[in-house]
Design a protein around this ligand. Structure first.
Ligand SMILES: Cc1ncc(COP(=O)(O)O)c(C=O)c1O
Length: 375
């Protein structure tokens, strides 16, 4: 039986296709997909119960508790951190982080500028803070490969309220191999595209955030893991941006999107059942290597523009000779039911997003097509 959602997406179609779009963790493995379908099939029992106002808060509370339990176990978060769920995507946190974390209204904060999303975060911070220091910019070597400069070349002010960086630059396909820790400056990182894909060193991290729609579910809630002592609410922060309120009310600061929260719980559970973060790290390395190997052996048919050591395990980017070749490749993929391989509009080319629930079968199929195209 085919389930057609209100917004017209046919889930069977989605499952038959291999969709490498940046936004979709929703390339469901069968078991996840079946649980979603069950939810719709049990519409009367489940959804109606979920949306009934009387029990909604309790239900969300339980789902949050379940997620917090799973996440804490999976990533071994030390006790002093709080786990918060908020709305507005990672973009809301681009604004809320400076509002909540600046020590005083005149304090300085540091941002990296190593790709599309870190520069967006930087732009938002500049609207709120007059003293934003750029710790480092993205660099290019003599072959045009992008890379993050060595820490010794960064410019950090010991007095900064925090340093913000984006651990995996989704658009460029560039991933940090280190945590840029400087003396006692708190470290804030956007892990929207690589959250739960590798172990984290909590001795160096003070705030980690990630939206759901890539590795951990569907859009609707964003997760933040924060050391509460970092918060400096020195001024009147609007309620929906206020971290203290979020912590006090255990994330329940307004009506929340129950369905995405439910789906995230399924995905968290699935991720945990598959293995530890070390397992996922190896898994991501292996899968990305499969594609990088084809790129590197393609004699220039596909060119990756990132320095080898900093290539992302999650977002694999490459260009072809020109736009005609790029369109031909995208068309070939489409004809083989592989969709959304076009690169982000900011840099063009192609991009393959390997978020955790994306099935291996799609990557194998894509590999064959890439090899086919070369020949
Ligand atoms: C690393 C990163 N940060 C932030 C964002 C923006 O996320 P949102 O749409 O949830 O605001 C994206 C979007 O793709 C992203 O990849």
């Amino acid at each position: 039986m085919k389930i057609i959602l209100h917004f017209g997406i046919n889930f069977h179609l989605l499952v038959d296709q291999h969709n490498f779009l940046d936004l979709y963790c929703i390339n469901w493995r069968n078991n996840l997909y079946n649980q979603m379908v069950n939810l719709f099939q049990n519409y009367q029992n489940m959804i109606m119960n979920i949306i009934k106002f009387q029990i909604k808060l309790l239900m969300i509370c339980n789902l949050f508790q379940m997620q917090i339990y799973i996440i804490s176990k999976q990533i071994k978060i030390p006790n002093q951190y709080k786990i918060i769920f908020c709305q507005g995507g990672a973009s809301l946190l681009f604004e809320a982080i400076p509002m909540n974390l600046m020590k005083t209204q005149h304090s300085s904060i540091s941002y990296t500028n190593t790709g599309y999303w870190s520069s967006k975060a930087l732009e938002e911070a500049q609207k709120f803070c007059q003293n934003v220091n750029i710790a480092t910019n993205i660099a290019q070597d003599e072959f045009g490969k992008r890379f993050i400069p060595e820490l010794e070349q960064w410019n950090i002010n010991k007095e900064d309220s925090y340093l913000h960086y984006c651990d995996n630059e989704t658009v460029e396909g560039l991933e940090y191999q280190f945590i840029p820790k400087f003396s006692s400056v708190p470290i804030v990182t956007d892990m929207s595209s690589n959250f739960l894909t590798k172990p984290l060193d909590w001795s160096k991290l003070d705030l980690v955030y990630a939206h759901a729609q890539k590795n951990i579910g569907i859009a609707g809630s964003t997760l933040m893991i924060i050391k509460p002592e970092l918060i400096n609410n020195h001024q009147n922060i609007p309620y929906m941006w206020d971290f203290k309120e979020m912590i006090k009310k255990q994330s329940l600061i307004s009506n929340l999107p129950i369905f995405p929260i439910y789906v995230n719980t399924l995905v968290f559970d699935w991720i945990k059942k598959q293995g530890t973060l070390d397992f996922w790290d190896q898994y991501c390395k292996k899968r990305s290597q499969q594609l990088y190997k084809i790129i590197d052996n393609s004699h220039g048919v596909y060119i990756n523009q990132v320095k080898k050591e900093q290539r992302s395990r999650i977002n694999i980017t490459f260009t072809l000779k020109d736009e005609i070749e790029t369109n031909k490749f995208i068309e070939l993929c489409k004809n083989n039911n592989i969709i959304e391989v076009k690169g982000h509009r900011a840099i063009g080319g192609c991009r393959i997003c390997l978020y955790l629930p994306i099935p291996q079968i799609g990557i194998d199929k894509l590999s064959l097509i890439m090899e086919d195209f070369m020949n």
